[in-house]
Structure formats: structure tokens, C-alpha cells
Design a protein around this ligand. Structure first.
Ligand code: MIG
Length: 663
């Protein structure tokens, strides 16, 4: 049951694809307050959802904000990351309902923060659409919600391979070295990502011909080796006379404007930039078609960055700050003034005032950015994906974005942004997956090994052992941090084995992903979805179900020899040493301590289920889907629906693509 309420005069976000009739009833469950809603939480209530956020699968006990932010601090007290995903599910003994608040402005979700037993939702804008979904189980609510917001984005099959990224591989030579590092050492790989330095002075849709003189040949050479190059595109366009994108944007009024109607100047990577007005349909179409520059060079995938949009500085703010700094020159910086001084300089980036000082042309109306802030990344990414339909008709193009709003899940995936080489972020990667899946974002994953800070060998290995279950599997690290490519570690054999296992799992991972996408189901599910009556399972957040057949329980603590795993029912443990099965054992319901070596992956097959495994390969194209080995825990026999298709056609359907496997 879905109820829709419209309050005030909300802007159309196009998050919802299938609008239902407006309800005449009173809003159920939630009490309407002056700034939003409140709800009394019972002790056993669990609150699921909110997509990309820190903390648990159960969101209780913190306050979250939907305010897309370029925030490289993914800490316990972080309120907002790159996405705005205003969907949650309250699941209790007596009731289970979902809430979606469709508004592009800032929303706060206080889930038992101010008052331990109260959920408070605060809106900054009086106009919104509210959806309340009522079902028996959280899984059904997810299904209903996903049918409202429309089908999830489908990446090409090769995008389920392993990808290697670094900010940056600065030259074509370096890219070739990374390819060689994998190929010569037989570490499987399908993608090498290009970060901002492939561009000429950070200008979108350009190539630095000094460092990448033979870009087109490089693309082709990599393809010969089964590797796709995936370049980054940024949200800001460099201000530079003679640069075609800049000139066209100015002439056609395709950039966001300041209060006086001039093109708004912000500082991002290239220095001074303008933001393309992603909310203006014409500008959007124009910007999207620019991806052709790379498509025609043989590129088949992209990642969109800095589209919160991130602001290093605005011209006006810089001016003000410099002026104020003058006044500090002659002061003795004491405890008060020193921190003021420090904060002043820090306030230069992503300043809320800057987000209030530029404008969009949204459906013919001038609208201040802060009213539509959370839509920018969504509409940027949509601009590309809509253009792909014209530029590469019938073909799936890889696309994932940093910033997002619900609705964007139809056009692209998301990666989880600038995490760190911290053990806690390995666990956060696990917890974020199901929350994002609930909101329609299925193609997702975190930077394996951590983006910021220096990684260690054991962290990378443990993280790979989780990463092989993420739809988007990518190792990425920041400029200035320790290199963390798989072939650089002393225990390269372990990395090779774990990544190799991903390629053995590929038919399963792809099937489960595609079935989840085409049936509006979850890919990574919390244990509580499967065993809602099991009070231990519903509170276990360091394990997860991946697809219908298996549960995973990664090791996420340094120097741990293994971990405790909770089995809500009897299951069969499969222990892999690298790509090979090393042990198979039925374990009874309950807690078990399992030793798990750094080169091992342990997973658990549910009763009555099959896990099909391929022989593996060094790129997705090499994986043989015909001769599968069926591991199972099915004393009474079982079926498995294997999904397969050509992996590139855009119109994917279940019919005709399911092969029934039996034991
Ligand atoms: O502010 O392009 O999240 O993946 O490597 C840093 C450089 C800008 C942020 C992205 C990260 C990328 C980096 N970018």
C-alpha cells in the first residue's frame, strides 16, 4: 500500500517514475510537527535506509542530514556524505512502514539522537512530496518503493570485473605499467581508471597530449589486453578563452548565474570554473553530448566526480577572506582569535553561503541553488546517460557518480567516495551496501584499500576479500598516499587468489545483480530481512547476505586470526584458499569462531541453495559460463536460476535469459 501526500508546491525532482494518486487521508504513523514529522520509536524498532551514510545498517542513534557534500571525513560523527537518500523503513513488532521525502533541499533525520526514543524529520523547505509505504516486511517495502522509483541502472557485464584506479596514473606509460603489473602476474583485471590528470589542465573533454600523446592507440592497446580505460569527468568547467566548452556555455547561457546574472565563478580543480546548469534541460543536453569526445575514442565507461557540486572557493568569498585576514595581521592570536582565524580560512571550501548565491534556470524559472542543491549530481549524471541513449543506442555504458539523489539510480551507480585506509572503513563499506540497495543504487562499492591514508598489505587483502562481493569492485587511492596496487605487495599471490575468486564467482554475482535489478530486489541484504524473528540476526551488522544463496562474514580487524560468525540456521561453510576450495563443512546454527587466513575467503551457503562457480579467467570475457561447478547445501536437491545475457545490450529482461541449474 502506497500513500502519496503533496504539501505546498514542491519542485518536481523526477525521483519517482510511477506516480500514484494523491491520498485524501491523514498522514499515517507520523505526527506532523512545525518543521516536519516525529515518530515515537519502540525499543525493538529498527530503522533501515538512508542510503549513503555513516554508522550502522540500523540507523538508530545518530542524526543524519541530506545535504550532498564533498566530505572526505567519513567519521562516526559525520552527518552527511555525497548523496541525499531520503528513504527509510521503520520496522517493529507491530508495524513496518517506509517513508520517502521527495524534496531537493536539506532534510535532517534525527533517529534517536536528541531523544533516544524519538525519530524527528526536519525540513528546511515547506514544499515536499511524502510517500508512506505499508507492507508486512521491509523487503516488500523495498520492492514497492523500487517499483515507484523505477528500475535500477544496468552496467555492462565487464564492469563486474576488477578495476584499478589511482589519483593519478599521470602518463600513458604509467597506465601501461599498471596493465603489465596485472597481466604479467596473472592478476585478473578489466578496467583501469583515469583520474583528472589525463585531461589538459583539468578541462573536461580534453586530453593532455603531452602525457597521453597516443590516447586512441592506448585505448585500443588496452582493449586488446581485455582492459577498458574509464576516465573521470568533473562537475566544473574551466574558465579559459578558446576552450570550446567554456565558450559554448557562455554564449548559450548554459552556466549557473550569480545574483546579477553573470556566470557564477567558483574555484575547483582547474582554478576558476563555471558550473554547467545541469537543471536546465538545454544545458543538460548540451553537456551530455560532450561525452561523445571520449566515446568516439573507444571509451565505454565514465565516473562523474565533484558533482555535489564541490566548491574550493568562490571569488567573492576569497575576496572577503583576504580582507578579514588583514585584520588578523596585527593581532596577537590567542585562544579565541587563533581558532577564529583558522576557521576563517577553512570556511573557504563548500561554504553554505556560496550555495545560496548562484542560480539555475529550472523549467524556465530562476531558482536559487540551495533549493535544488541535492539534485546537481543526479542531473549531471543523467545528462550523460540520456545522451548515451542517442550516442550509443542499445548499448550499456559504465557510469557511476559521486553525488546522487534517488532517481539517479536509474541512470548510474555510485561509489562511496573518499574513504580512508582504515579498518573501520572496511566495515562501513559492508554496512553501506544494503542501505544503498534499498534506495535503488545496486551498482556500488567503496575504494578498496581505502582512498586517503596509507594502506597496509593485510588491510588490502582483507578488503579485497570483501570487495569481491561488491558489484563495483575497484582499488583506488589518493595522490600522496602509499601505492596499493595488488601486484606491489609481498604477498601478491594472496591478492591474485582473492581477485581470481571474484572471477570464479562472476556468474553468480552477475545473476544475482541482474535479478535484483530486474525484479526490484536487494542484492546485499541485512540478516534481519531474512530472519526477522531471530533477535540475534536482526542485530548482526558485520555479516550480510549476498544474493539468494550465500552469507558473507569478512574479517575487519587488524591482526585478527579470524572472527566470530553467527549462523541463524545450519549452513555449509566453504573456505577458499585463493581461487581453490580448501574446506567444506556443515556448521550448526549459532556462534562459531573461525580462523581465516589472509589468503582465504570464507562464505556460507544457505540450506536448499546452490552456488555456481566458473573456472575463472583474467578478464570477464574469458569466463566460461557453460561449465559451472555447483557447490551446494541441498540434501533434498535444489534449483538455481542463472541469469545470462550478452552483457552489453541495454534492454535487459529476464525472459529467455534464465537457465535452470539443478542438483
Ligand atoms: O578532491 O579527482 O572522490 O576519487 O581521485 C579530490 C581526484 C577529487 C575526489 C574523488 C576521488 C578522486 C579525486 N577527487
Amino acid at each position: 500500500m502506497i500513500k502519496r501526500f503533496v504539501v505546498g508546491n514542491p519542485l518536481e525532482t523526477e525521483a519517482i517514475l510511477n506516480k500514484v494518486q494523491m491520498s485524501e487521508e491523514k498522514i499515517p504513523y507520523l505526527s506532523v510537527t512545525q518543521q516536519g514529522f516525529s515518530y515515537k520509536l519502540e525499543p525493538e524498532d529498527i530503522v533501515y535506509g538512508l542510503g549513503e551514510n555513516v554508522r550502522g545498517i540500523n540507523k538508530r542513534g545518530w542524526i543524519y542530514e541530506s545535504n550532498c557534500t564533498d566530505n572526505p571525513f567519513h567519521q562516526e560523527d559525520t552527518r552527511s556524505l555525497y548523496g541525499a537518500h531520503n528513504f527509510l523503513i521503520v520496522c517493529g513488532k507491530e508495524r513496518c512502514f517506509g517513508v520517502f521525502l521527495d524534496t531537493p533541499a536539506n532534510v535532517t533525520f534525527d533517529i534517536g539522537y536528541t531523544h533516544f526514543d524519538e525519530m524527528k524529520i526536519t525540513l528546511t523547505q515547506p514544499d515536499y512530496e511524502l510517500y508512506v509505504l505499508e507492507c508486512e516486511t521491509p523487503e516488500e517495502i523495498v520492492g514497492e518503493f523500487r517499483s515507484l522509483i523505477g528500475p535500477s541502472y544496468l552496467p555492462p557485464k565487464w564492469a563486474f570485473g576488477f578495476g584499478q584506479c589511482r589519483w593519478s596514473y599521470f602518463t600513458a606509460q604509467e597506465v601501461r605499467e599498471v596493465a603489465r603489473g596485472h597481466r604479467e602476474n596473472h592478476i585478473p583485471i578489466d578496467m583501469i581508471y583515469l583520474d583528472i590528470d589525463y585531461m589538459e589542465r583539468y578541462k573536461d573533454f580534453t586530453i593532455d597530449r603531452e602525457t597521453f600523446p597516443d590516447f586512441e592507440e592506448l585505448v585500443e592497446e588496452m582493449r586488446q589486453q581485455g582492459i577498458r580505460l574509464v576516465p573521470i569527468i568533473d562537475g566544473g568547467v574551466k574558465v579559459e578563452k578558446g576552450y570550446d566548452i567554456y565558450e559554448e556555455g557562455v554564449v548559450n547561457n548554459y552556466f549557473c548565474k550569480d545574483a546579477e546574472g553573470n556566470d557564477f565563478v567558483v574555484g575547483v580543480w582547474p582554478g576558476k570554473c563555471h558550473f554547467p546548469d545541469m537543471l536546465n534541460e538545454k544545458a543538460r543536453r548540451w553537456f551530455g553530448r560532450k561525452y561523445q569526445f571520449l566515446l568516439e575514442k573507444g571509451i565505454e565507461g565514465f565516473w562523474n566526480d565533484m558533482n555535489e557540486p564541490a566548491i574550493f572557493y568562490s571569488e567573492n568569498r576569497l575576496k572577503k577572506i583576504f580582507e578579514q585576514l588583514e585584520t588578523y595581521k596585527s593581532t596577537n592570536l590567542d585562544v579565541n582569535t587563533f581558532f577564529q582565524f583558522q576557521d576563517l580560512v577553512r570556511s573557504v571550501a563548500n561554504n553554505p553561503e556560496d550555495y545560496r548565491s548562484f542560480y539555475h534556470n529550472f523549467r524556465g524559472k530562476k531558482i536559487c541553488h540551495d533549493k535544488v542543491h541535492n539534485l546537481f549530481g543526479y542531473y549531471m549524471t543523467r545528462s550523460a546517460s540520456e545522451a548515451f541513449e542517442e550516442l550509443a543506442p542499445g548499448k550499456r555504458i559504465l557510469m557511476f557518480s559521486r553525488s546522487s539523489y534517488i532517481g539517479m539510480h536509474r541512470y548510474s551507480g555510485v561509489w562511496m567516495g573518499d574513504n580512508r585506509s582504515w579498518w573501520s572503513h572496511l566495515l562501513m563499506n559492508l554496512k553501506m551496501l544494503p542501505s544503498l540497495n534499498m534506495c535503488g543504487f545496486l551498482y556500488t562499492g567503496a575504494d578498496i584499500g581505502g582512498f586517503g591514508s596509507d594502506a597496509t598489505e593485510d588491510l588490502v587483502l582483507r578488503w579485497l576479500a570483501l570487495g569481491i562481493f561488491m558489484p563495483l569492485m575497484r582499488n583506488h587511492s589518493a595522490n600522496g598516499t602509499r601505492r596499493q596496487e595488488a601486484y606491489l605487495w609481498d604477498n601478491m599471490a594472496a591478492a591474485r587468489g582473492i581477485i581470481g575468486l571474484r572471477y570464479r564467482l562472476l556468474p553468480y554475482i552477475y545473476s544475482e545483480f541482474m535479478k535484483a535489478a530486474l525484479k526490484n530486489e536487494m542484492y546485499g541484504r541485512p540478516l534481519g530481512f531474512e530472519w526477522p524473528e531471530d533477535t540475534i540476526a536482526v542485530r548482526t551488522e558485520d555479516q550480510m547476505l549476498i544474493g539468494e544463496s550465500i552469507m558473507i562474514a569478512p574479517v575487519y580487524e587488524q591482526n585478527a586470526a579470524g572472527r566470530v560468525v553467527y549462523l541463524p540456521e545450519e549452513m555449509k561453510m566453504l573456505r577458499f584458499s585463493g581461487t581453490e576450495l580448501a574446506e567444506e563443512k556443515v556448521l550448526e546454527k549459532g556462534h562459531h569462531y573461525l580462523e581465516i587466513g589472509l589468503n582465504e575467503v570464507v562464505l556460507f551457503v544457505k540450506k536448499g541453495h546452490i552456488l555456481p562457480l566458473a573456472d575463472g579467467g583474467e578478464c570477464v570475457d574469458q569466463v566460461d559460463w557453460e561449465n559451472l561447478k555447483l557447490y551446494h547445501f541441498a540434501p533434498q536437491g535444489a534449483d538455481y536460476e542463472l541469469y545470462d545475457d550478452d552483457g552489453v545490450s541495454a534492454a535487459a529482461v529476464l525472459e529467455g535469459h534464465i537457465r535452470l541449474l539443478k542438483v
